[in-house]
Design a protein around this ligand. Structure first.
Ligand code: BES
Ligand code: ZN
Ligand code: ZN
Length: 504
């Protein structure tokens, strides 16, 4: 499923190299001057860029980009992208600007492009910019088109795919390790995007397990997959209950990364509902297709495991993924059903559309018992209420341990997956007490993200745990440079890997 553009680094200037497009990044200055890079540019390119400054078409501001055609010279086009004021530059601003460039290049109908690597300070708020630049280019260039027929109509030009971006780094400002780290991170994020974007008749629970196996094999991770019979023997009844309405059997995947010398263990759990119709509590039909993205938590955990296996942090990491399809059917779970969860609690299912917390509850309790992790983070497209609360630019967090949550928020800040904590006060617990069982799977109308999170809390025991609700951030996030304007975002891949890399 890999769709990545290839990045290569050359320690020389792009001047004189034949290029379909040369990308140049500049910080905002008044007046904007090309002095520091003029000798690295083809003279024809420098001339049109100077003209653009004269005509006030480009200032180097954040979010700014212009395409200029050069009258001859070695580069046919220049794509000039603004970074920001140098004093407020961050890694994330560079990643987004590079994402904007990657997106524009992918839309240009060219197969290869060059980038002049800017020389930015390695210290201060912009530190890590080089990695962010490489990552942003590869993320921005991402396209998902395996279902678009390649057939060309007579008279039409065949479409050209962007395959290669060469980074020209005459001053050695970026270096090979930073470029590789950025490319590897983008590769894992794009892998998660692919999994999310494939349709629900392709990515079924069994297919998700096959993909997990191929990732595990490629990266040397241990993997165990439970089928429905093994789940029944283990008593994973909440997971089985959700899957009952579908002919597609559920799966529980467990991937293990265990480096030598590691003592601590992190457990990441991702919601893998490959399609959420709501079940008997069926959803309205408008936009129901979007519920193919209800496995983006699972995709995020798989992407993170792929990335962690390559980054090699010194901590054990297990990825646990419950996968099922939530459909109505003659054998489907009904509102009012009471199921006995893996941890022995009785759960009244009052709404079959609140299915994510059911499959996660069993996965959390099972994983906690089997792997005895020091900390757990789960990631799920859990509630529409979270989209209402936070929109598309931050994931919601609920925790039983403030210090773990702080680490999760910090990881999100470092890598550009923003997280916003929500209160998990005891008062909210009342809302999920059942009249006839231990707990029920829905709470009052308001505060739905919190009650969903507090439901999960019943399945982690005393282990430090943070839940991330990615309902708003997992797909269709518009206007962010490195994120596609529609489809899966790959949210959480970088965050979980970063949390593991900084674990102490
Ligand atoms: N997968 C949905 C949550 C969702 C909805 C994510 C819209 C993104 C966009 C989840 O399984 C669900 O249906 N939740 C219900 C819970 C309710 C029945 C308590 C919801 O949010 O409406
Ligand atoms: Zn649902
Ligand atoms: Zn769901």
């Amino acid at each position: 499923m890999e769709t990545d553009v290839e990045l290569t680094l050359q320690k020389k200037s792009p001047a004189g190299v034949k290029l379909e497009c040369l990308v140049v990044f500049s910080v905002a200055q008044k007046p904007l001057s090309l002095d520091s890079i003029r000798d690295q540019l083809p003279p024809e390119a420098a001339a049109v860029m100077e003209r653009a400054v004269e005509l006030k078409t480009f200032h180097g501001k954040k979010g700014e980009s212009v395409q200029l055609l050069t009258p001859g010279g070695s580069a046919s086009r220049v794509l000039w992208v603004g970074l920001d004021k140098p004093e407020t530059l961050t890694r994330e601003i560079v990643r987004r600007a590079a994402g904007t460039a990657g997106k524009a290049l992918a839309a240009m109908n060219i197969s290869a492009a060059g980038v002049l690597v800017p020389s930015l300070p390695e210290n201060g708020p912009g530190s890590g910019w080089a990695e962010g630049l490489a990552e942003g280019l590869a993320l921005g260039a991402y396209k998902f088109e395996p279902y678009k027929s390649k057939e060309v109509k007579p008279g039409d030009e065949p479409p050209v795919e962007l395959k290669k971006i060469t980074l020209f780094d005459p001053q050695g400002a970026m270096g090979q390790p930073a470029m590789e780290a950025g490319a590897v991170r983008a590769g894992a994020i794009n892998l998660a995007r692919d999994l999310g974007n494939h349709p629900p008749n392709t990515v079924t629970p069994r297919r998700l397990a096959e993909e997990a196996k191929s990732i595990a094999k490629k990266r040397g991770l241990k993997i165990t997959v439970l089928d429905e019979k093994q789940m029944a023997a283990e008593g994973l009844n909440m997971l089985l209950g959700v899957a009952k309405g579908s002919t597609q059997p559920p799966r529980l995947m467990m991937l293990e990364y265990r480096p030598k010398g590691a003592t601590a263990t992190l457990m990441f759990v991702g919601k893998g509902i490959t399609f959420d119709s709501g079940g008997i509590s069926i959803k309205p039909s408008a936009n129901m297709d979007e519920m193919k993205f209800d496995m983006c938590g699972a995709a995020g955990v798989l992407g993170a495991m792929d990335l962690i296996a390559q980054m090699q942090p010194k901590v054990n990491v297990v990825g646990v993924i419950p996968a099922a399809e939530n459909l109505p059917g003659g054998n489907a779970q009904k509102p009012g059903d009471i199921v006995k969860a893996y941890n022995g609690k009785h759960v009244e299912v009052l709404n079959t559309d609140a299915e994510g917390r059911l499959i996660l509850g069993d996965a959390l309790a099972y994983g906690a018992k089997k792997f005895k992790p020091d900390a757990i983070v789960d990631m799920a497209t859990l509630t529409g209420a979270c989209v209402v609360a936070l929109g598309h630019y931050a994931s919601g967090a609920i925790t039983n341990n403030e210090s773990l949550q702080e680490k999760v928020v910090a990881a999100g800040k470092r890598c550009g997956d923003p997280v916003w904590p929500l209160p998990a006060f005891e008062d909210y617990e009342e809302g999920i007490k059942s009249k006839v069982a231990d707990i029920q799977n829905i709470g009052p109308r308001w505060g739905g993200t919190i009650t969903a999170g507090l439901f999960l809390k019943h399945f982690v025991g005393e282990i430090p745990w943070t839940h991330l609700d990615i309902a708003g951030t997992a797909w269709d996030v518009e206007g962010v440079g490195h994120i596609p304007n529609s489809g899966a975002t790959g949210v959480g891949v970088a965050l979980l890997a970063d949390l593991a890399a900084h674990w102490k």
